[in-house]
Design a protein around this ligand. Structure first.
Ligand SMILES: N[C@](CCCC[B-](O)(O)O)(CCN1CCCCC1)C(=O)O
Ligand SMILES: [Mn+2]
Ligand SMILES: [Mn+2]
Length: 302
């Protein structure tokens, strides 16, 4: 089997320095060798360097911050991921902030237009340029992928909104803005918050999530995993931590269960920010990140 690892050091979708350094920490922790050890032929195409767009040339568009840089990088990611899925490889994209998912999911949909998306996150990342309060585009990728009102701006004209609400499901939500709550309701988007995780247990939640977006288990799956879905005691070094998150095992169960379907075609692991905490916390977060990737790619306990 082929996997391909695209390290995408990117941080312009938010404001905290350091999240672009996440990928290198994961690779330096030995992730490429770890994936090789579980049977993958890993093509590591290096740390994507992106030509910088100077802030002077990238004034805000409305509230959007770094719009041209984010658009340019995510378009490049869409191309790279698209090529790898066309080659029958499984792209593993390590972020960097979650705006990257505009690129990775666009790439996946270019080959698998009927793919479903499982979005594991404390946040819904579905603000539009109008509803956002921060202007940080890492809080908006899903609205652009769905082509929601207000997302059709010229700078992002490359995005073909191929994702539809019925093929998206969330697990782990616990910090949703009012505008996002409205959008989720309006579009009937299925979300299993931490309340449902408590109520049903993670096993049932994953089963219900798959039943919703992949009833016949015949759709390719793109798993987009924001490390802040995990409880901050498990993955502390991330830009927008929210208490009351997934345990180490719940996070791994999601990855193991998705892997078990045999339908996984692309995986993102984002928002590891190694500059936000002490060395031990960074090390712990990086180790959990690597472990989640291994679980999504087939590492089993037995
Ligand atoms: N919804 C937020 C957070 C987005 C997190 C992105 B992710 O999931 O990739 O980490 C938060 C907006 N706002 C921040 C101040 C307090 C009220 C909520 C936003 O900036 O849009
Ligand atoms: Mn996110
Ligand atoms: Mn998040």
């Amino acid at each position: 089997p082929f996997s391909f690892s695209c390290k995408t050091p990117f941080s312009a979708g938010q404001r905290k320095a350091g999240v672009d350094k996440g990928p290198i920490h994961l690779v330096e922790a030995g992730l490429v060798d770890q994936l090789t050890e579980i049977g993958w032929k890993v093509k590591f195409d290096g740390h994507h360097q992106f030509e910088e767009v100077s802030a002077a040339d990238d004034p805000q568009i409305g509230k959007l911050r770094n719009p041209r840089l984010v658009s340019r990088v995510t378009e490049a990611v869409a191309k790279a991921v698209g090529e790898h899925v066309q080659n029958g490889e499984l792209p593993v994209t390590l972020g960097g902030d979650h705006s990257l998912a505009m690129g990775t999911i666009s790439g996946t949909l270019s080959k698998y237009p009927d793919a479903c998306v499982i979005w594991v996150d404390a946040h819904a990342d579905i603000n539009t340029p109008e509803t956002t309060d921060s202007g940080n585009i890492h809080g908006m990728p899903v609205s652009f992928l769905l082509g929601l009102e207000g997302t059709k701006i010229p700078e992002f004209s490359w995005i073909k909104p191929l994702l539809t609400p019925d093929r998206l499901v969330y697990i782990g939500l616990r910090d949703i803005d009012d505008g996002e709550k409205k959008i989720l309701k309006e579009h009937n988007i299925k979300a299993f918050s931490m309340h449902e995780v408590d109520k049903y247990g993670i096993g049932k939640v994953v089963e219900l999530a798959l039943d919703h977006v992949n009833a016949k288990r015949d759709r390719p799956i793109h798993l987009s995993f924001d490390v802040d879905a995990m409880d901050p005691t498990v993955a502390p070094s991330t830009g927008t931590p929210v208490r009351g998150g997934l345990t180490f095992r719940e996070g791994h169960y999601i990855c193991e269960a998705v892997q078990e379907t045999g339908l996984l075609v692309a995986f993102d692991l984002v928002e590891v920010n190694p500059s936000l905490a002490d060395a031990a916390s960074v090390q712990a977060t990086v180790a959990v990140g690597c472990s989640l990737v291994r679980a999504a790619l087939g590492e089993t306990l037995l």
